[in-house]
Design a protein. Sequence first.
Length: 107
Amino acid sequence: MSDDDGWLDAGEVEQCAVGSGTEVVVADRIVALFRTADGWFAMNGTCPHHGGPLGKGRLDGCVVTCPWHGWRFDVRDGTYQHASQAKHPTFATRVVSGRVQIRLDES
């Protein structure tokens, strides 16, 4: 579901506890959705290394580790932890009426 300003539904707030992540499909795209103490964050769900599922990775603070080969990204802005000039695509998030929404225009 989408409203007129481009926000897309990504699921219920309860689907993801603070300090964890999940994988969702939004508009036919795999999205890694994370809930940290600072709020909700979303990024392209496929690791650029070999396509690992970032939404199934371990979240430590605001850094997710890909479960396949250990690549690490800051979920807030997509910064690759071993080369800060490299960024993985992230998406804006918000919560409306207990539902997480994202915009798929990359930031």
